[in-house]
Ligand binder design. Structure first.
Ligand code: FAD
Ligand code: NAP
Length: 537
């Protein structure tokens, strides 16, 4: 089977690594193709200062192996990039995954020839396989804004998702950061500590909750290890794949002082748990406005200069309708003498010059280093970059011209035997992703076992896909999420990208139940065809 395994998996992050392991267990031959020089995906690429997890370490990890759970020790509540990368390297070694992965191998096209997938790589290689599984991630396609003059910049510029391995020396230099999403909010406080001057170019002010990171005390770590069965059960039953019980308190019915005390306690606890402390925050506009106001006041209490505080205060979207960042000293950073904020919504960036950034008003900001914390062409972007062609040579780009649609986020009508881990329409980025990834991979592994045992090929039916697209839209519309006009969930951060709410907002537990029902019913949303029928057609 030289270059012709049963399954080719593209990507070797959390998703690709587990897919290789799981499919091997199923007795399938499998090979991974990975653009990077090593495993890790997100945690291989995002090496910017301050990069760390927002999920807590005890559950931002695999659940499939209790030995792995017990043997790995996390050092902090939120592990940093290097520690998560070490964890994934350990997983690759422990389960002997590297022998089936080609690194430094970028897929440039994948076409179904009527029987098999034919995959071409940038270095001239060719692979064929019966089943193609994409594990290319939701946030792996860097979004570098197309600003005139970037090529003329005399300093150095970097996107945070392609950060140099050797690091970037910012000591004493004039540094600019474009972007105040989760990435910018993590990087800005760390860059400010050593930059000579740091200028933040902000287009949309963002809410952020203090992370309250700390070392994991040995007894706390031991407690999690002893409790894993219950933790995993909670995750499986949850909306977001996090092991938090969402509050059942009707906050609006509480007297003012109790409501305030509840929010204060959640603020002190910090992290993404803040969201779970406020019931209905994403569905009830009044609850959300109360919570948003609480957070706005916190910004004004933290930032000394009133004008800067107001510029940092989000007023154009409800809390958590954009992915809420968590931070360590973000708003406090604006009290430093070497940090300034520039509002590029009021005065947009017009050009990059050899010296720095020029705004529309003509104002110049001289820089030595420019950092783009400008996010990703999320969910659909990495899939479209694969150059996928399905039945009759139809391209995925054409199929998705009006916006990305899938069935369950796991497959696309017109593209037989293609399986998309955390594709558009999966709960993916609205959840703790390792939890969704494991569920997707297990489900795909079961389906592939069924297809192999019965010599079938599978492709979502157009009807099932249309119903799912409608359900994804309804699930988003039942929340406040679509109200954030500048959200990458909607594709709004990439000029020209169709505005479709991409992830499934109906909750992880509900999604898992629907996937289980699909499998139990014999996969009615898929056309299952005997392979000899196609071969003789
Ligand atoms: P990735 O880790 O993105 O891996 C995809 C791999 O596919 C990459 O290695 C890439 O090189 C490869 N690839 C893509 N295209 C090609 C191609 N054409 N040819 C060959 N290889 C290709 N999620 C959480 O749940 N909690 C968090 O706290 C959290 N923190 C995050 C922090 C940052 C900075 C970022 C960017 C994301 C974070 N995420 C978080 C989301 C994170 O992406 C997922 O948790 C998870 O790591 C995704 O794993 P994956 O394997 O699906 O994709
Ligand atoms: P992001 O949320 O898309 O933020 C990008 C920022 O850049 C936004 O402030 C955006 O402004 C701005 N921007 C984009 N193009 C611009 C332009 N042309 N001019 C000026 N400003 C521009 O990207 P991100 O911060 O990298 O985060 C993406 C996702 O990755 C997160 O939401 C999260 O899911 C994940 N992530 C997680 C963690 C973590 O968990 N620890 C850390 C980092 C990232 P607008 O808002 O106006 O578009």
């Amino acid at each position: 089977m030289a270059n012709d395994p049963d399954v080719v998996v593209i990507g070797a992050g959390f998703a690709g690594l587990y897919t290789i392991h799981r499919l091997r267990e199923r007795g399938l031959s499998v090979h991974g193709l990975e653009a990077a020089e090593g495993v890790g995906g997100t945690w291989y690429w995002n090496r910017y200062p301050g990069a760390r997890c927002d999920s807590e370490s005890y559950y931002y990890c695999y659940a499939f192996s209790s030995e792995l759970e017990q043997e790995w020790d996390w050092s902090e509540r939120y592990p940093g990039q290097a520690e998560i990368l070490s964890y994934l390297e350990h997983v690759a070694d422990r389960f002997d995954l590297r022998r089936d992965i080609s690194f430094s191998t970028t897929v440039v096209s994948a076409a179904h020839d009527g029987d098999r997938w034919v995959i071409d790589t940038e270095d001239g290689g060719r692979w064929t396989c019966r089943w193609l599984v994409t594990a290319v991630g939701c946030l792996s396609s860097a979004n570098v804004p197309d600003i005139p003059g970037l090529e003329s910049f005399a300093g150095e510029w970097h996107h945070t998702g392609q950060w140099p391995h050797e690091g970037v020396d910012v000591a004493g230099r004039r540094v600019g950061v474009v972007g105040t999403g989760s990435t910018g909010i993590q990087a800005i406080p760390v860059l400010a500590e050593s930059a000579g001057h740091l200028t933040v170019f902000q287009r949309t002010a963002n809410f952020s909750i203090p992370a309250r990171n700390a070392a994991l005390a040995p007894e706390e770590a031991a407690g999690y290890k002893a409790d894993y069965a219950a933790i995993r059960e909670l995750q499986q039953a949850s909306t977001n794949g996090h092991p938090f019980v969402v509050s059942d308190v009707d906050t609006l019915a509480l007297p003012d002082d109790e409501r305030r005390a509840l929010l204060e306690r959640a603020w002190e606890r910090g992290g993404l748990r803040f969201r779970a402390a406020v019931r209905d925050v994403l569905t009830d506009p009044a609850v959300n406005e109360e919570t948003s106001d609480f957070l706005r006041v916190k910004i004004h209490e933290t930032v000394d200069d009133a004008v800067t505080a107001e510029a940092l205060t989000p007023r154009d979207h409800p809390f958590a309708t954009k992915r809420p960042p968590i931070d360590t000293g973000y708003f406090e950073t604006y009290n430093r003498a070497n940090v300034s904020l520039v509002d590029v919504r009021a005065d947009p960036i017009a050009a990059i010059t050899p010296d720095g950034v020029r705004l529309t008003s003509g104002a110049e900001h001289p820089l030595d280093v420019l950092v783009f914390a400008t996010g990703f062409d999320a969910l659909s972007g990495p899939l479209l970059r694969l150059g996928i062609r399905g039945t009759g040579g139809q391209s995925l780009a054409d199929a998705w011209a009006e916006g990305a649609t899938t069935y369950l986020g796991l497959g696309v009508a017109g593209f037989p035997d293609l399986f998309t881990i955390t594709g558009p329409g999966s709960p993916s980025v609205l959840t703790n992703m390792p939890t969704s990834i494991e569920q997707h991979v297990d489900w795909i592994a079961d389906l592939l076992g069924h297809l192999r045992d019965h010599d079938l090929e599978a492709e979502p039916t157009p009807e099932a896909q249309a119903r799912w697209a409608e359900h994804v839209r309804e699930a988003a519309d039942a929340t406040l999420l679509p109200q954030a006009a500048s959200s990458w969930y909607l594709g709004a951060n990439v000029p020209g990208k169709p505005r479709v709410f991409l992830p499934y907002a109906g909750g992880f537990a509900r999604y898992r139940e629907m996937c289980d029902a699909e499998a139990a019913a014999g996969y009615p949303g898929f056309a299952l065809r005997a392979r000899h029928e196609r071969a003789s057609a």
